[in-house]
Design a protein around this ligand. Structure first.
Ligand code: PMP
Length: 360
């Protein structure tokens, strides 16, 4: 019997079967409207209601305080890298950044095109295998904000907690959004692309404290101004309607499953099984320090990199797909987003034990 294929891709990621089934049902005729959901006007009553419900479900799930606005934006988290300084800083004002890995590095590079950036600490010298301890961060108390990356998708590092700082904390939560509870009130802004844990590509969520909104400065397109989109309920221009609809389905799926505490428990259990397997074989090497290991992206190497192609090939023959590490890191990466089931992880562990025994 052939087992269903599992994707461990870093994103776009797997969707829950129930969500895919609902999409299939809604696609030709959405809510008896006679039109596909792809054909709905974004200014129509039905679609406005969908946006309002989606925001409500997100607010309930994350306990978002009233003084925060939820924005549905486009351009991905990568666009936010440049939009953060343009939206949040006064001309000439600088921002603090933690360089925790490849994604933080990219965020810094884009921010530098628009504003002075102070890197408070970097894990680069250690090859991004540990997070720089907060006690050693060199923060600027006059910075407009301090940017962190809650989960480094390519390096397999995840911040276990978040520091108390005198400036607003801004977080790229793209790869662990909705995989654990997060205290929104501790942040000035959090953002996340949707294609890992909240559905499909095309939508980027921004949750921003109201007092940080300001009129768009020269050079910032209105469609990318937080204030403009906040004032127009994310309908300054056409929002990504399909991605918004899928996000709504994902939110309801997470709520039905038991919410973020349950998602976090599952992620801990799935990743624990994998790390346990990795640590029990000399055949595999997992260089991340235990305390900072990600519960979402488990990254590791084979002691003999010459066996990697065979590893991927054999894994795919067993229905275990998209295990390639980030191109700048190499090796193997198993991404364990919300829709990846424990049974898939058990199959991967079984395969890894077998592979190590045959080649070790
Ligand atoms: N930040 C992090 C932590 C990511 O994992 C990714 C995507 N892998 C991005 C930013 C970029 O997201 P996008 O491709 O939607 O711009």
């Amino acid at each position: 019997e052939r087992l269903a294929p599992c994707s461990f891709a870093a994103g776009p990621a797997m969707l829950p079967r129930e969500v895919l089934a609902q999409i299939r049902e809604d696609l030709p005729d959405w809510h008896g409207s006679g039109f596909s959901l792809l054909e709905q006007s974004f200014t129509g009553t039905a679609f406005k209601q969908l946006m309002a419900d989606t925001e409500q479900d997100l607010r309930a799930l994350l306990a978002i305080p009233h003084n925060y606005r939820v924005l549905f934006m486009q351009g991905g988290a990568s666009a936010q890298f440049g939009l953060l300084p343009l939206n949040l800083l006064e001309p000439g004002q600088s921002a603090d950044y933690l360089e925790s890995g490849l994604w933080a590095h990219k965020a810094i590079g884009e921010a530098r095109r628009h504003a002075p950036v102070n890197v408070v600490a970097s894990g680069a010298a250690g090859g991004f295998t540990a997070l720089p301890p907060v006690a050693g961060w060199r923060c600027n108390p006059y910075a407009g904000y301090c940017h962190i990356t809650s989960n480094e998708t390519g390096n397999g590092l995840q911040m276990p907690g978040f520091p108390e700082l005198p400036v607003p904390l801004v977080a790229d939560t793209t790869s662990d959004f909705l995989t654990r509870p997060i205290a929104v009130e501790r942040f000035g802004l959090i953002y996340a692309s949707a294609q890992k844990n909240l559905g499909v590509a095309g939508l980027c969520l921004v949750i921003v404290r109201e007092d940080l909104l300001r009129p768009p400065r020269r050079g910032l397109p209105s469609a990318f101004s937080y204030q403009v989109q906040a004032m127009q309920q994310s309908r300054f221009n056409t929002p990504p309607t399909f991605a918004l609809y899928v996000a709504g389905l994902m939110l309801r799926w997470i709520i039905r499953q038991g919410g973020l505490t349950l998602m976090a428990a599952r992620a801990r259990e799935k990743s624990r099984r994998l790390y346990e397997c990795l640590d029990s074989h000399d055949f595999y090497r997992c260089p991340q320090v235990a305390a900072d290991r990600s519960t979402i992206n488990v990254c590791f190497q084979l002691e003999n990199p010459g066996l990697l192609d065979d590893f991927f090939h054999q894994a795919a023959r067993n229905g275990l797909h998209d295990l390639q590490g980030h191109s700048a890191v190499g090796g193997v990466r198993a991404s364990l987003y919300n829709a990846v089931e424990m049974a898939a992880v058990e199959r991967l562990v079984h395969f890894m034990n077998d592979f190590a025994h045959h080649h070790g």
